[in-house]
Design a protein around this ligand. Structure first.
Ligand SMILES: Nc1ncnc2c1ncn2[C@@H]1O[C@H](COP(=O)(O)OP(=O)(O)O)[C@@H](O)[C@H]1O
Ligand SMILES: [Mg+2]
Length: 258
């Protein structure tokens, strides 16, 4: 939907939210803009979280030559921020306007898609600036898509349209498990893994591997009866509150190793 509007010079933003492994990066990588779209893509990196405007610098690098077409105060502010000029000072409002101007310049020739993964690790100044831009692109062929891991302390993106990713449905989780981990898999252990993973596509194979190492598989032809240990673990899990089971995914491993 968002991308469709770009051809009519309409833009917007979307913040994809969800826990680790739920499929945010996969979703972002699946975004297919029209072939003429310019894509600027970065991921937040934890070591640069405390460096003001570090992520903005990486995002804007390919379009930075456009800085010369910005009004002087914005140009000077951006140059001061990125250390390439001494005339201005890194005023946050001017930097926000400059970032908007720079991206608008780039989008004058073709639609522009900015993909910002792992936004939980953006430096705060960049997060503020990109949120500022995101709130002002309705009439520009510019779309910003963020992915941010939950939970986080990233408040700057609050208020932008968001999509919360939930786990796969149980049937899909079972299908994925059989494709990603096609070994003969003991029924009760498989049930346990599916239940523990809560539809998280990363947790499914991880927990399966753990169960495998812990001897949670049966060989073909040996039948699918759970071992007394597995049966005991399943009983313990069934008795736990659901939110407790979600929070500690290592419990399958712990249980099987106990
Ligand atoms: N809908 C899906 N179906 C199957 N596998 C998926 C799906 N979404 C994600 N995955 C896989 O799950 C793993 C974690 O996904 P990823 O996008 O890296 O999660 P996140 O970015 O939310 O931490 C990856 O190996 C990815 O290929
Ligand atoms: Mg990711």
């Amino acid at each position: 939907m968002l991308l469709d509007g770009m051809s009519d010079k309409r833009g917007g933003a979307l913040v994809v939210r969800g826990e680790l492994g739920i499929g945010k990066t996969a979703l972002l990588q699946g975004v297919r803009p029209s072939p003429d779209t310019l894509v600027l893509a970065i991921s937040g990196v934890e070591p640069e979280k405390e460096l003001d405007f570090a992520a903005l610098h990486r995002l804007c690098a390919p379009v930075l030559p456009g800085v010369n077409r910005l009004p002087a105060p914005q140009r000077h502010a951006l140059e001061a921020t990125f250390g390439t000029g001494t005339e201005g000072h890194p005023d946050r409002l001017l930097v926000g306007l400059a970032a908007l101007g720079l991206l608008s310049e780039a989008a004058a020739e073709r639609p522009l898609l900015c993909v910002i993964d792992d936004a939980q690790w953006l430096d705060q100044a960049t997060a503020h600036t990109l949120a500022f831009v995101a709130r002002r692109v309705h009439n520009e062929p510019i779309v910003l898509v963020f992915a941010v891991r939950e939970p986080n302390d990233r408040s700057e993106l609050t208020g932008l349209p968001e999509l919360r990713l939930e786990g796969l449905a149980e049937e899909d989780a079972r299908k994925l498990l059989s494709v990603r981990f096609p070994s003969p898999f003991d029924g009760p252990v498989r049930d346990c893994v599916v239940s523990e993973a809560q539809g998280n596509p990363l947790a499914l194979p991880e927990l399966s591997r753990t169960a495998d190492v812990a001897g949670g598989f049966t060989s073909p032809g040996t039948g699918a009866r759970p071992s007394p240990l597995e049966a005991d673990l399943r009983k313990q899990l069934a008795g736990l509150p659901r939110n407790t089971r979600i929070r500690d995914r290592s419990s399958v491993a712990d249980g099987l190793h106990r």
